[in-house]
Each structure stands twice: as C-alpha cells, then as structure tokens.
Write a protein that binds this ligand. Structure first.
Ligand SMILES: [Zn+2]
Length: 145
C-alpha cells in the first residue's frame, strides 16, 4: 500500500493514515488493547515496496502517483542530463550509506545512473528493502525470537 496519505508506523510497522503535517494518525496499540500505539503522531517509515507497477519516483514511496522528474523550465538539455544523473546516483547511494564500495561497485553505480528512473528506482527500492529486512532480522534476534 503505497498510496499517498499512508505510511508505515515506526512502532507497530503497520500501514497507517498520515495526517496533513506528515505524521501518523493516532491508532490503537495492537499489542496493548485500550492504549495508543507509541508510533501515533510520529513520522512514518517510508514504504519501499513491494512494487507492483512501474515506479515514477526515485525516493519512497516509489510507485506513488505523479510525474517522473522533469527538467526545470529553461533548463538546458545538458544541465538537465547532469542533474537527473546526480539525482539517480543519490537514489542509489542513499540505501548504500555505510556500505564499503570498491572501484568496480562505483563503476556499476555510475553505469546504473544512466538507466531510466524506473529502473534506478526499482534497484534503490531493493536496496532499501534489503536493509529493512536486515534491520528486522537483527531486532528479532535481539528480542530472542
Ligand atoms: Zn503503530
């Protein structure tokens, strides 16, 4: 569920309605009946996927409706090409934060930034989802589950 106005609660990790100020609406704590979820009023976690249609955005939610990035009015073709590549590169690098990259890794990232935004967004979404899965695995291990 990647519709705008929805987000994943940082506490209960469920899909929740998002207020106009970008925070999650108050909702019940799924584990403690009668109490509010501690994630109520917090900023939601971005929804990274799964993707069921071509993504239009380079940041989450990737498949929200809307237009793909467009050149600024009056932006020259070369300036737009350079800026668009920088935005695609940033989309790939963000989920790779704290990951050590070798020269070949960087070469392939540069190659990927030449692809259309939907391809880059999909790869970025995989990287984000892999990070999330790792985070969930680590927290389950800590909780002894
Ligand atoms: Zn919650």
């Amino acid at each position: 569920m990647n519709a705008p106005g929805r987000g994943v609660c940082i506490a209960c990790r469920r899909d929740r309605r998002v207020r106009a100020d970008g925070r999650i609406f108050a909702h019940a704590d799924p584990q403690t009946p009668g109490r509010s979820c501690p994630g109520s009023g917090e900023l939601p976690r971005p929804v990274y996927g799964p993707l069921h249609r071509e993504p239009r955005h380079l940041t989450a939610p990737f498949d929200a409706p809307g237009r793909s990035p467009q050149p600024y009015p009056g932006e020259g073709r070369e300036a737009w090409r350079v800026r668009a590549a920088a935005v695609r590169r940033a989309a790939l690098m963000q989920p790779l934060a704290d990951v050590e990259l070798g020269e070949f890794d960087v070469r392939i990232i540069e190659w990927l930034t030449g692809w259309e935004p939907s391809t880059v967004a999909t790869v970025a979404s995989w990287l984000h989802r892999a990070r999330e899965a790792g985070r969930a695995e680590a927290s389950a291990r800590r909780a002894g589950r």
